[in-house]
Design a protein around this ligand. Structure first.
Ligand SMILES: C[S@@+](CC[C@H](N)C(=O)[O-])C[C@H]1O[C@@H](n2cnc3c(N)ncnc32)[C@H](O)[C@@H]1O
Length: 338
């Protein structure tokens, strides 16, 4: 198509089309972010974009966005760029001084859109004033959280009121935390959307995410968590050298796998190291389990390191070197409490 002066005319993209075409790396301003901010920005932009694409979020009903646990603002920056397309505003909600200073100093948001306080308390006050409520609350890389997902449950609870009806809460987090959030959402029976992560080779393009409508939050916040250990599957009892195994978990009714490093002794004890850095010993034909003691840790360490010295598998080795130190730390902490 061309206009009177013969110039090519581009059709004006609708806000939805504009969002669907957004790529953080190609958005002006991306180049001034630091590496950590850039990483967060790409993930967040892709997450919102995918949710809009799938119809899980309707951009036309988003006017106010609150970014809970904004950190140094990489994802917040992505939200401001999306907000520009739809005429929305963004608030960063972050308790750390370092994070909020960086958000303001790098010009991501002016100080009046940066809420430097405990985000749960802040959202509680937002919930008391209808004019302050949000249409979208995001929590990118939510955490740190405990096994009972207490932070997530508090966030779900205050978001029940801090979101307007029709609003949504989006969560991404590390694999362990997100898995626990997902389990809680599933146990609640309330409606929510799970979005599988997107990988290109070894690289994450978008993390797995959970999108919860405001109408489901009260039911989810009232659901009590169940510890993961009851869900470890049946197994046979032959001795097996340590190996990486996939455990089944379901996300959005699709099966996805979570890795564990498992070793089964000749006595039928099964040692399982998971991505949360928990080393659990399952015994009595899988009917009972206990947290590893320091003796268990040492036994596990010797066996795994022996296996690695004879057969150095890269994934196995990385998993072990990332999660075993966390298991040591847990046992140390527990011993201290005793
Ligand atoms: C893992 S970082 C993620 C930062 C950012 N969203 C990102 O993806 O890059 C989690 C952030 O949440 C913040 N946070 C945790 N609990 C919070 C709370 N109750 N109120 C406000 N911020 C909180 C932490 O200070 C931290 O900056």
């Amino acid at each position: 198509m061309s206009n009177d002066s013969g110039q090519e005319m581009k059709p004006i993209a609708s806000p939805r089309e504009a969002i669907l075409g957004m790529i953080a790396e190609k958005t002006p301003g991306y180049e001034i972010l630091n590496t950590l901010q850039q990483f967060g920005a790409s993930m967040a932009m892709m997450t919102v974009r995918r949710a809009v694409q799938r119809g899980q979020l309707d951009q036309s009903s988003i006017h106010r966005i609150g970014d809970f646990g904004a950190g140094t603002g990489g994802p917040t920056w992505a939200l401001t760029k999306i907000a520009e397309q739809i005429g929305a505003t963004v608030d960063a909600i972050e308790q750390s001084e370092t994070g909020t200073d960086e958000i303001i100093q790098s010009g991501i948001l002016p100080h009046w859109h940066v809420k430097r306080e405990d985000g749960i308390a802040y959202l509680e006050t937002v919930g008391r004033d209808e004019a302050q409520r949000y249409d979208l609350i995001t929590a990118f890389m939510l955490g740190p959280d405990d096994e009972e997902v207490s932070l997530f449950r508090k966030l779900a609870n205050v978001s029940t009121r801090a979101l307007l009806p029709g609003g949504h809460l989006i969560i991404t987090s590390d694999g362990g935390t997100l898995e626990n959030v997902l389990k809680l959402c599933q146990r609640s029976g309330a409606k929510f959307f799970g979005m599988d992560g997107l990988q290109s080779g070894e690289k994450w393009v978008a993390p797995p995410a959970i999108i919860i409508p405001q109408t489901s939050l009260a039911q989810i916040a009232a659901t009590l968590p169940e510890t993961t250990r009851g869900e470890i599957r049946e197994y046979n009892y032959e001795a097996m050298p340590p190996k990486l195994e996939e455990h089944w978990i379901f996300r959005d009714e699709q099966r996805v796998d979570a890795s564990v490093l498992a070793w089964q002794t000749a006595k039928g004890e099964r040692y399982v190291l998971n991505t949360k850095g928990e080393l659990i010993v399952i015994y009595n034909k899988g009917r009972a389990s206990r947290d590893a003691t320091s003796e268990d840790l040492e036994r596990f360490r010797q066996t795994v390191e022996h296996t690695l010295s004879t057969n150095n598998n890269e994934h196995f080795s990385t998993f072990y070197h990332v999660h075993f130190p966390e298991a040591i730390e847990r046992v140390k902490q527990k011993d201290k409490i005793k």
